[in-house]
Design a protein around this ligand. Structure first.
Ligand code: BGC
Length: 730
C-alpha cells in the first residue's frame, strides 16, 4: 500500500559547514575521505546515518521524509558536509514500485532463472539493468542480491535466490552485484543468513553447526561477496543458533566482517533489529526502516559507554565508505526516463539463456514454423501475459496487472501478469496453423480442445511470494488433474512451466515435452516462443534438484508450516506480521546438514525427477578425453557438437573429496558455457575453485585441503557425467 507523501521533520543541522571539504576530492583514498568526514561530524549526525527514516511509502499513513524517492528506505544526508541522502529501492528482479510517479522498470527473469543460465555475463547484465534503472529513477542503493541457499524447495522466495549450489549461486549473484555497482549504485547482498524458509521467518531459530554453515549457506555469500564486493549486506529476520541474524556476533563480526573482509555496512531487514547494545556490538551498522533501537537509544548507549564511541564511528564510517566507494558521492544519480526497449531486450536475452528444456520425447520440439495442423494453447493466462513473483520483489507491470488492470499497480498478495503474451508470439511463428486458446479453468473444455488439435502447448503456473511457503511441491489450482486430462486427450502435449521453484510432475511420463521458463520476465512470451519454434536453441540447466515427491526431501513437510503459520500471518492489505509461535526451530543439522540439494539425493540414493545441472538442447554433445592436472587442480576435456544445430553447452566439473573428509558426495567445482557449431569440438580446461576442494576446519577456524585421492567427473548434468578421473592432491 502506498501512502501519500506527508513530510517528516528531521533533526536540525546546526554545526557550520567546514571551509575546506577535502573529502570531496575523488583522488584521495576512500578510507581517508571517510576519516576526514567523520572528524567533522557531530554525534547526532553519526546517529542520523545509521538508521532509516521510517516505513515511508511502504505503510499507509506513515510519514514520508522530504526527498524520499518512493523506495523501501530513506536515510537523510548531511547537506552541510555534502553527504547525500541514501534512497534505497527493493530491486531483486527489477526496480520495485516504479508505477509510483509513473516510472517504469524492467521485469527480469527470476534470479533462479538467472542461475539457470550458468552464465556469469548474464549475471552482470542482470545487475546492470537494475543498476542503470535505479540511477534513472534517482536511487543510489539497491536492496536485492538475494543468495540464500535453496535448502527448502518450497520456500516462497526461492525465485529471488540462485538455487542450491554455493558456487553457482555465489557466482551468479556476485556478478549481478558487480553489474549493479558498475552504475555507481550501492549494491547489497541479502538475507544474511540462513533465511531459507518464510514460515515463522521472524522468530525461527535455525540450527546448523559452523562447519555446515561455512560450507553451504555462508559459502554462497562468501563467493558472492568476493566477486561482487557489495557495499551493503542485509541481515535477515530469523535467528541463527539462538541469536537473531541482526545481532549475531559470529555471522556478522566474525564471519562477514573479519573472515570475508566485508567493508560496507550491515543493514537490518525491515524491523529485523531487536536491540541497541547487543546489535551494535554484534556488527549491525544500520537499523531499517526506523530508529527504535539506533536513534535516541543508541545515542544514549554511546554516551553511557555501553557502545564505544569508536564503534559508532565504525558504523557511520561504513555507511560513508559505501557512499564514497560506490561513486554515489562523486557521480550521483540524475533522474531521467528509463529506456524500456533496452531493458526488454536484455531481459529477453537472459530469459532465452535461462529456459531449461527438461524433457523432449520423439523430438517434438522444436515445432516447425510450417506446421499446418492446429495448435491448442491452454492455461495460465498465456493469452495475455507471463507470471511474476510477489512480495517486495514485485515489479509493477506496465499498464497494471495484465489479467486485471483495474486493481492498481501491484497489490500485495496477488499474482501479477506482465503483458508479454505467449499466445501472440506463438501465432506469429505458426502462421500456417490454426492456433486456439482455452483458459484451462475447466479440464473438460481444455481436454476437448486438445482432442481436436494436432499439438498442445499447456502452460502451468505456480505463484510464489515473500511471506509464504508452498505447502507442497504440487502445482496449485488442480493443475495436475488438468495435465492428466489434456494429455489423455492428446499425447502430443508440450508443458511450459511458469513457477517460482521446483515442482513435482506426476504426469511427466504422459507428456512429450516439458519446458521450464521460471518467471521469465518482460520478454518472456517472445523467449518462450523463440525456444518452442527453434529460433533459439535451449541451453539452461537446472540450478536446483527437482524432486519427484515431497517425501524424498530432507524435510517432507516445511518445518513449522501449519494453518496458523501459513502466510506468516501476513495480512494481504496491511503487511502486518501476526503472532507467530514464540520460539520455533528449524534443525538443519538433522537430517540435512551439509547435504543440500543434489548431495542429499546422492547420499540417500534417491532418484530425482530432474537432477541438478540437467537441461537438454536441440543438438547433442559428446564428452571425451579427460585429464586432470594435480598441480593446478584443473581438468581438461573435449566436447563435440554431434547434432545438426549450433548450440551452447554448459560443461560441468564435479569433485568428490577423499573419504577422510567425511563428505562422500560430488560437489560442483567449476563449469564453462561454450558455443559449438554442428560438428565442431573444443577442448576446454576448468580449474576447480580452490575453496570447493577444501573443507572448513572448525578447530582452526580455517579452510583445509585434505590430501588424498580426489575423483573428478565431467559432463552435462550432475547425473550424466561420462568422464571420470582420480587425482592425488596434496
Ligand atoms: C523483505 C526485504 C525487503 C524489505 C523492504 C522485507 O519484508 O524481507 O527483502 O528488502 O522488506 O521492502
Amino acid at each position: 500500500m502506498l501512502s501519500t507523501f506527508t513530510p517528516l521533520s528531521l533533526p536540525a543541522q546546526t554545526p557550520a559547514q567546514p571551509a575546506l571539504q577535502r573529502w570531496l576530492d575523488p583522488k584521495l583514498p576512500t578510507a581517508e575521505r571517510v576519516q576526514l568526514v567523520l572528524q567533522q561530524m557531530t554525534i547526532d549526525e553519526k546517529i542520523q546515518l545509521v538508521h532509516g527514516s521510517g516505513w515511508g511509502v511502504l505503510r499507509d499513513g506513515a510519514p514520508v521524509a522530504p526527498h524520499h524517492n518512493g523506495g523501501a528506505g530513506f536515510v537523510p544526508g548531511i547537506p552541510r558536509l555534502h553527504i547525500p541522502d541514501i534512497n534505497l529501492a527493493d530491486s531483486a528482479v527489477g526496480v520495485r514500485m516504479a508505477a509510483l510517479e509513473s516510472r517504469y522498470a524492467t521485469l527480469l527473469p527470476s534470479v533462479l532463472g538467472l542461475a539457470a543460465t550458468w552464465d556469469p555475463a548474464a549475471g552482470h547484465l542482470y545487475g546492470d539493468v537494475i543498476g542503470r534503472e535505479l540511477r534513472d529513477q534517482g536511487y543510489n542503493m539497491s536492496i536485492g542480491g538475494g543468495v540464500d541457499l535453496m535448502r527448502e524447495p518450497r520456500n516462497g522466495r526461492n525465485f529471488e535466490y540462485a538455487g542450491e549450489d554455493p558456487l553457482l549461486a555465489g557466482t551468479e549473484v556476485g556478478n549481478l552485484i558487480a553489474g549493479v555497482q558498475s552504475n555507481q549504485i550501492i549494491g547489497d547482498v541479502k538475507h544474511y543468513a540462513l533465511n531459507d524458509q518464510e514460515t515463522n521467518r521472524n522468530t525461527v531459530d535455525v540450527l546448523l553447526d559452523h562447519r555446515s554453515m561455512r560450507e553451504t549457506d555462508l559459502l554462497a555469500f562468501q563467493i558472492a561477496i568476493a566477486i561482487g564486493h557489495p557495499l551493503g549486506t542485509m541481515c535477515s529476520y530469523n535467528r541463527i543458533q539462538g541469536d537473531y541474524a541482526c545481532e549475531n556476533d559470529y555471522t556478522l563480526n566474525h564471519v562477514l566482517k573479519h573472515d570475508f573482509g566485508f567493508k560496507g555496512f550491515v543493514l537490518s531487514d525491515w524491523e529485523g533489529t531487536h536491540s541497541t547494545v547487543k546489535a551494535a556490538l554484534a556488527g549491525l551498522d544500520m537499523e531499517e526502516p526506523g530508529d527504535t533501537y539506533f536513534g535516541a537509544a543508541l545515542k544514549q548507549a554511546v554516551q553511557s559507554g555501553a557502545v564505544p564511541a569508536a564503534r559508532l564511528d565504525d558504523m557511520a564510517g561504513r555507511v560513508l565508505y559505501a557512499l564514497f566507494a560506490s561513486g554515489a558521492i562523486d557521480n550521483p544519480p540524475a533522474r531521467r526516463v528509463v529506456n524500456p526497449f533496452r531493458g526488454e531486450r536484455d531481459s529477453q536475452h537472459i530469459a532465452e539463456e535461462s529456459i531449461v528444456l527438461l524433457k523432449n520425447t520423439h523430438g517434438i520440439l522444436p515445432l516447425s514454423k510450417t506446421l499446418t495442423g492446429s495448435i491448442a494453447v491452454i492455461g495460465s493466462h498465456a493469452d495475455v501475459g507471463v507470471l511474476s513473483g510477489g512480495g517486495s520483489a514485485q515489479v509493477d507491470s506496465p499498464g497494471g496487472n495484465a489479467i486485471n488492470p483495474s486493481e492498481g499497480a501491484s497489490p500485495w498478495g496477488k499474482p501479477i501478469y506482465f503483458p508479454s503474451a505467449p499466445l501472440e508470439f506463438i501465432r506469429d511463428k505458426a502462421t500456417q496453423a490454426t492456433v486456439r486458446f482455452d483458459s484451462g479453468d475447466d479440464s473438460a473444455s481444455a481436454a476437448a480442445l486438445a482432442a481436436k488439435s494436432s499439438t498442445v502447448i499447456l502452460f502451468l503456473h505456480q505463484w510464489q511470494s515473500e511471506g509464504e511457503d508452498s505447502p507442497t511441491l504440487s502445482l496449485p489450482d488442480h493443475q495436475d488433474a488438468l495435465v492428466e486430462a489434456v494429455a489423455a486427450a492428446n499425447p502430443h502435449t508440450i508443458v511450459v512451466l511458469e513457477n517460482g521453484g521446483p515442482v513435482s510432475m506426476p504426469w511427466a511420463p504422459r507428456v512429450e515435452a516439458v519446458l521450464e521458463s521460471w518467471y521469465p520476465g518482460i520478454g518472456g512470451g517472445q523467449a518462450i516462443a523463440n525456444i518452442l519454434f527453434g529460433d533459439v536453441n535451449p541451453s539452461g540447466k537446472l540450478p536446483a534438484t527437482f524432486a519427484a515427491r515431497d517425501a524424498d526431501l530432507p524435510y517432507p513437510h516445511v518445518p513449522g508450516l501449519t494453518e496458523k503459520t501459513k502466510n506468516n500471518g501476513m495480512n494481504a492489505s496491511t503487511d502486518v506480521v501476526a503472532e507467530q509461535e514464540q520460539h520455533p526451530t528449524v534443525d538443519y543439522n538433522n537430517p540435512q546438514g551439509l547435504k543440500v540439494g543434489y548431495k542429499w539425493f546422492q547420499v540417500e540414493h534417491k532418484t530425482p525427477l530432474f537432477a541438478f545441472g540437467h537441461g537438454l538442447s536441440y543438438t547433442t554433445f559428446a564428452y571425451s578425453s579427460l585429464s586432470v592436472d594435480a598441480a593446478t587442480a584443473s581438468a581438461t576435456f573435449t566436447i563435440k557438437n554431434t547434432g545438426q544445430r549450433a548450440g551452447d553447452e554448459v560443461a560441468q566439473l564435479y569433485a568428490t573429496l577423499p573419504a577422510a573428509t567425511g563428505e562422500p558426495y560430488r560437489r560442483l567445482v567449476g563449469w564453462q558455457r561454450i558455443n559449438l557449431a554442428p560438428g565442431q569440438s573444443k577442448t576446454i580446461t576448468i580449474a576447480a575453485h580452490p575453496t570447493l576442494l577444501s573443507v572448513f576446519d572448525v578447530p582452526t577456524d580455517s579452510w583445509k585441503r585434505v590430501p588424498g585421492s580426489y575423483l573428478f567427473e565431467a559432463g552435462t548434468a550432475s547425473d550424466d557425467l561420462p568422464l571420470r578421473a582420480n587425482a592425488m592432491l596434496p
